[in-house]
Write a protein that binds this ligand. Sequence first.
Ligand SMILES: Cc1ncc(COP(=O)(O)O)c(C=O)c1O
Length: 417
Amino acid sequence: MEAAYKVAFLSNTKLRLMHRDDFPILNQQVNGYPLVYFDNAATTQKPQIVIDTLANYYQTLNSNIHRGVHYLSQKATDEFEIARRTVQKFINAPSPQEVIFTRGTTESINLIAHSFGKTFLHEGDEVLISEMEHHSNIVPWQLACEEHGAKITVLPFDETGTLKIDLLESLLNNRTRIVAINHVSNTLGTINPIKEIIHIAHAKGIPVMIDGAQAISHLRVDVQDLDCDFYCFSGHKMYAPMGIGVMYGKAEWLNRMAPYQGGGEMIKTVTLEKTTYNELPFKFEAGTPSVGDTLGLKAAIDYMNTIGLETIARRENELLAHATQRLTAMDGVKIIGTAEQKTAVVSFVLKDIHPYDAGFIIDKMGIAVRTGHHCTQPIMDKLGIPGTIRASFAFYNTEEEINRLVEAILKAQSMLL
Ligand SMILES: Cc1ncc(COP(=O)(O)O)c(C=O)c1O
């Protein structure tokens, strides 16, 4: 457990192997090679401290929360609510009541689209999204718009993968009910200027929901400084277990929104005729939550804080720079997404080689990259490509691993061209 708390701030050379030992899964061979894990945008690996927290919960604390007077139930409830306050502090939310636990970003966005939609979307209204959204921030809004007779409008991006912010103002009008946009694109790596977007939307009285799935492990998020109305993210993309996520929402909206799911926990009183709803955050947390995973999320946040978000970001930027430089220098490799502000995501295509064929050979060399449309089909349609190969980095990756990816690409080119 102690290994997980080895703090960074070491010399540059030591940083190159930053905290690698904390992640037991990385220490294995795949197809006869030491594993290179470059699929961090899909899910990050879990440090031992998170794995231990989960095991410890089930070994010593497992109990249903908020209901029992017995010791285990009260202790589990306390730990669960401490985790909520840890998240609150991590994103600088004004109150723990505005931190709603969900299963992940997808569920958070569905919750907002459903509940905000039910209360605020009407025939002829508009929801503005961007052209670089993950399907999770497209489909829930399509469903809500279909249900309420509203329509989606789209903010496009340019050839570098940068949003055309100058068009934003003209796309917002008195029928726009909400702007729903990602903080960072999972395919292009672009960091969007969300503070500016929020400012422009608020000037017209329009609330903004941010899909923070790809930002939360790379950037410091301060929801008060951003002044966003909603911010969604998944634990599993920030070193926490799968099955836990967060929906932050300003109380002024959450109090006015319809509940999402009905059931235990979210009620104040129930008769066979009528129900009154519980206060925040419980109004949006129907049923038994994933307590162990929530404690795992707390452990992951503590772990990231111990290393330091700035240290993490600095290391990932080094890896991004190395990968960009190596791939740009290669024949037949084109990077997709060259915005000025990026997180450590490098999507690329190979001339005359299908991403799946290349991905197959890269995997045979023990390297986990993602191939395909990455749940962003509209991006692929716009660019006229079937998909990309995506390498996404975390602080535990190394330059040497990127060099191995370059070798694997050369091998794929020599075999497939
Ligand atoms: C930008 C973005 N939004 C939403 C999601 C959905 O996250 P989850 O599957 O954890 O709900 C992802 C997952 O890759 C993502 O990258």
